[in-house]
Design a protein around this ligand. Structure first.
Ligand code: SF4
Length: 387
């Protein structure tokens, strides 16, 4: 019975698998991801459902990349994540190039890391966010900076040298000097990959409520831009290549999994709220953990609404994703991903941005210039606006 819905899906081999673990110790102030606290019973039920979803789709999965994200995957007990690893064991992994597990500092332990390693993971992404305890407290994070240092040390000791640190900039109460120190600290730790995200005020989050009530003052836009620019310069000086708007890596440590999203490749998501894309159709699994589990247990697909991506809408998405990468896109890649000619769809917009020095063709690839990068959202929105 459980195999019934997999039979109805299109015959496609997915080379990229995302697994969503929707649990955290507590909810951070700014977070609107599909994540939260849950009783142990629901957590256990959910990991069993995720494992089943992976098994159901095993036939169509030959992963080059696996990414276990969340939420906080490291929040799962050893015997819980083991259930997911056992399901992954059934996959054909001869092409596996990258296997990432996301962790948060408070739940990193040598035992967990040993299990990840034994199960084939080779890359750890750590949600550090800041090295300042007051800032971490403000964000509602559970960990302290001491825990973050310790977690990094434990990862290295366990043999994980392929580490990525996440940091947040534009946090109320911080200024450029504070951020410069944060960037310098991250660089001095020397992980081969660093991701930077500007703090956003998402609807329904406590952080947004505080802003609306005037209880916190967002960092000025110019300061945020200065923070971003500083990070780009400092990373470059220290040998990190900015290969995407928010991502910096030492040569050879760029995220293969994320590149699949930016290059419009099919990927399969397992777990509540996990997104999937089969090359034409995109869908998200239902977000409610209990309902997601019930669907899997009853042998019904856990998918929500399915969207078909064609024509101009598809073209807009292809550009939005491709321009995030510093390598940009060639005319042939655009045509291959959309079936349309880039010149016909976007000729005038491209000419206008090239004229303003925000986009440029170099070695056959259309990409954002250094100036364009700083206003990437505005440039990209023009392409989406063409839908
Ligand atoms: S740890 Fe991450 S996913 Fe969990 S609540 Fe905080 S921001 Fe959200």
């Amino acid at each position: 019975m459980l195999n019934s819905f997999s039979m109805r899906q299109e015959k496609i081999t997915y080379r990229h698998l995302y697994i969503h673990v929707p649990f955290c110790v507590r909810k951070c102030m700014y977070c609107d991801f599909a994540s939260g606290t849950a009783p142990v019973k629901l957590r256990k039920r959910c990991v069993r459902a995720i494992a089943k979803e992976i098994e159901i789709n095993a036939e169509r999965l030959t992963p080059e990349t696996i990414y276990i994200g969340g939420g906080t995957p490291s929040h799962l007990a050893l015997n819980e994540i083991q259930i997911i690893f056992r399901a992954l064991n059934r996959l054909k992994t001869e092409s596996l190039r990258e296997f990432t597990v996301e962790v948060n500092p408070e739940s990193v332990t040598p035992a967990r890391l040993r299990l990840y390693k034994k199960s084939g993971a080779g890359r750890i992404s750590i949600g550090v966010q800041s090295f300042d305890d007051n800032v971490l407290k403000f964000l509602g994070r559970v960990h302290t900076s001491a825990k973050a240092y310790k977690a990094i040390q434990m990862c290295r000791k366990a043999g994980f040298n392929n580490l990525s640190l996440d940091l947040i900039f534009g946090i109320p109460g911080t200024d450029l000097t504070h951020w410069e120190k944060t960037v310098q600290t991250a660089i001095s730790i020397g992980p081969p990959h660093i991701s930077l995200y500007g703090l956003t005020y998402e609807r329904g989050t406590p952080l947004n409520r505080l802003r609306r009530l005037g209880k916190i003052k967002p960092v000025a836009e110019e300061t945020e831009l200065a923070m971003y620019r500083h990070a780009c310069r400092a990373m470059k000086k220290s040998g990190y290549r900015q290969y995407e708007i928010s991502n910096f890596a030492k040569p050879g440590f760029e995220s293969v999994h994320n590149a699949a999203y930016w290059r419009y490749k099919p990927f399969l998501g397992a777990g509540p709220a996990a997104a999937s894309f089969d090359g034409v159709r995109r869908w998200k699994n239902i977000r409610d953990v209990g309902k997601y589990c019930s669907r899997i247990e009853e042998g019904r697909p856990p998918r929500g609404k399915i969207e078909k991506l064609r024509g101009r809408r598809r073209a807009g998405e292809v550009m939005m994703l491709a321009l995030r990468e510093r390598r940009g896109i060639t005319c042939a890649e655009f045509e291959e991903r959309t079936g349309l000619e880039i010149e016909r769809v976007y000729g005038s917009i491209i000419a206008s941005f090239c004229g303003q020095g925000l986009l440029a063709f170099s070695r056959g690839r259309l990409r954002l210039t250094g100036r364009g990068l700083a206003v990437a959202d505005t440039v990209i929105s023009e392409f989406i606006g063409e839908l």
